[in-house]
Design a protein around this ligand. Structure first.
Ligand SMILES: NC(=O)C1=CN([C@@H]2O[C@H](COP(=O)(O)OP(=O)(O)OC[C@H]3O[C@@H](n4cnc5c(N)ncnc54)[C@H](O)[C@@H]3O)[C@@H](O)[C@H]2O)C=CC1
Ligand SMILES: O=C(O)[C@H]1O[C@H](OP(=O)(O)OP(=O)(O)OC[C@H]2O[C@@H](n3ccc(=O)[nH]c3=O)[C@H](O)[C@@H]2O)[C@H](O)[C@@H](O)[C@@H]1O
Length: 471
């Protein structure tokens, strides 16, 4: 019995214990349930079972340790064990972009469901949380009907997840809303009853609940990410304009953001969005509508993607022009390689992409990230990864701040100036006070800023640079 709520403790499995699944499993244990996490990655399971989180997420290590120690949270690689230990199974496996197209690779979701079906013998609820193309849940419902073991009774629900890395625990335990799609939305239907039991402690706090059909639930998720991506590319498109005509992109964002219909959040111009979700989700959505003969509906997302990728080009060409149109042989300091602060995730990271492009152009690139060095080195070992900003910046010709970790926001221009060979900096996230850095002798620019290197003969120019503004 769960003494807190006086009901039988729910028994939950979480299939796929990556960023989303490990968070969800630990948070379900925090809500008081018996949780078993399952993965196919043995090293991940060994770490998790020992209470060690194999990635960086603030607040999650404490929760993991607490519930592994209490015995409420355990891990396995056995579908037989997960099926026996739980009757609510959350699917949180990856849906990455396929190597050969823009579509989502659905093999992990399909594989997880197939494996569960081999072992579920009684009544059970499978809850999809992975981000999937619309129509997936309907397809899986048919697959379940065809392949479930005789005597079993399986319901499928879709419950998209909206958590942000860096805030994963908070977003899971106090979400803005809960959305679930079911094929049968009867209040007394097994699926809705069970999922409401799971989320009861969150619903009791007044969290908005949206109960809908399977297709809407799938679409809500990709619509939310497409909207966020569009908002970022919208401001970055204006950054391209102010980069040419002058103007202040932050003031523009503040001014339009005061309109509550627009809102200021997600209007930070910079090196663009990355990560394991926004880029692949807008591409998968385009691929899906195209399959449905509706490619015209989401055509604008191709532009959103292009604007986003141009931000990376902009930083590379800016660095090149600041270095006298020559990258080969230059010493470049890159601060930040993760796709955002407070995460060690480097999937589709603009920062890592820029660092690699500079390296490929012949520059000597030193990289420091408070949490991301290991993952970045795993993907691209040839950059020079170091353990502090002092080491990364030593004797460099230019500094690129590409991920806005607090440590970099707090940098002192004089201290950094003593380490570098030239005081030139691209603030890719627009977080440093321009005036303070210029007073300390830095040439500094960033997204949305009109910046022109003047008095330079191509190929021969040396820093320091001068900034001219349009008349
Ligand atoms: N990372 C995030 O912040 C969020 C992710 N999502 C969605 O959640 C899904 C998972 O994303 P992440 O956790 O970031 O991916 P991830 O790559 O970190 O984790 C996926 C996990 O699934 C495991 N896996 C693969 N096949 C399996 C199988 N057959 N059985 C059991 N485990 C298996 C992998 O070993 C891996 O540990 C994606 O659809 C993503 O779009 C949604 C909201 C937030
Ligand atoms: O589906 C997902 O996985 C998740 O994707 C995003 O979350 P996340 O990828 O963790 O990160 P965000 O905070 O959304 O940032 C995404 C990217 O946009 C960039 N960004 C964000 C905001 C902004 O104003 N400007 C900007 O360039 C960030 O630097 C980062 O690279 C969504 O915000 C989550 O709601 C969603 O659940």
């Amino acid at each position: 019995m769960d003494e807190r709520r006086g009901v039988v403790t729910l028994r939950i499995s979480v299939i796929g214990t990556g960023y989303l699944g490990a968070t969800h499993a630990a948070c379900m244990a925090e809500l008081g349930y018996e949780v078993i996490g399952l993965d196919v990655d043995a090293s991940k399971l060994t770490a998790l079972a020992a209470g060690i989180l194999p990635f960086h997420e603030p607040g999650l290590p404490e929760l993991l340790r607490k519930h592994v120690a209490s015995g409420r949270l355990r891990f396995t690689d056995s579908y037989a064990e997960a099926a026996a230990a739980a009757d609510i199974h959350f699917i949180t496996v990856g849906t990455p972009q396929r190597a050969d197209s823009q579509s989502a690779d659905m093999s992990y979701v399909d594989g997880a469901v197939d494996s569960l079906l081999e072992h579920i013998t009684g009544q059970a609820l499978i809850v999809g949380k992975s981000t999937v193309p619309v129509g997936t849940a309907r397809r899986l419902t048919e697959r379940i009907a065809a392949n479930a073991l005789p005597g079993s009774e399986i319901t499928l629900a879709w419950n998209p997840e909206f958590l942000r890395e860096g805030f994963a625990v908070k977003d899971t335990l106090t979400p803005d809303r809960l959305v679930y799609g079911l094929s049968d939305t009867e209040p007394h239907g097994f699926g809705l009853r069970k999922i409401r039991e799971v989320y009861a402690p969150i619903l009791e706090r007044g969290t908005p609940e949206i109960v809908t059909d399977l297709e809407t639930a799938e679409l809500v998720k990709v619509a939310a990410n497409a909207f966020l991506a569009t908002k970022i590319s919208f401001i970055n498109a204006f950054a391209e304009v102010t980069e040419t005509v002058g103007g202040d992109i932050k003031t523009l964002a503040d001014a339009i953001g005061h309109d509550s219909r627009i809102g200021r959040r997600f209007l930070n111009a910079g090196v663009g969005f990355g990560g394991g979700c926004l880029p692949k989700d807008i591409r998968a959505l385009q691929a899906r509508v195209s399959e449905l003969g509706l490619s015209h509906t989401m055509g604008f997302l191709a532009e959103v993607d292009q604007i986003n990728l141009r931000r990376r080009d902009r930083v590379v060409s800016l660095a090149s022009s600041m270095l006298g149109n020559e990258l080969a042989g230059k010493h470049i300091c890159v601060l930040g390689v993760t796709f955002k602060p407070d995460s060690d995730d480097v999937r589709d990271s603009p920062a890592l992409d820029i660092a690699v492009r500079l390296y490929n152009a012949g520059a000597d690139v030193s990289v420091y990230d408070p949490q991301g060095n290991k993952n970045a080195a795993g993907r691209f070992p040839r950059l020079h990864y170091v353990d502090s900003w002092q080491e990364a910046a030593k004797d460099t010709d230019i500094v690129l701040l590409l991920t806005e970790w607090q440590e970099f926001r707090d940098l002192d221009p004089t201290e950094l100036g003593e380490v570098v060979s030239t005081r030139a900096l691209i603030d890719g996230r627009n977080v440093l006070d321009r005036q303070a850095w210029r007073v300390a002798g830095w040439t500094i620019t960033g997204p949305g800023e009109y910046f022109q290197v003047v008095n330079l003969a191509p190929g021969t120019a040396q820093l320091p640079l001068q900034v001219s503004h349009p008349a």
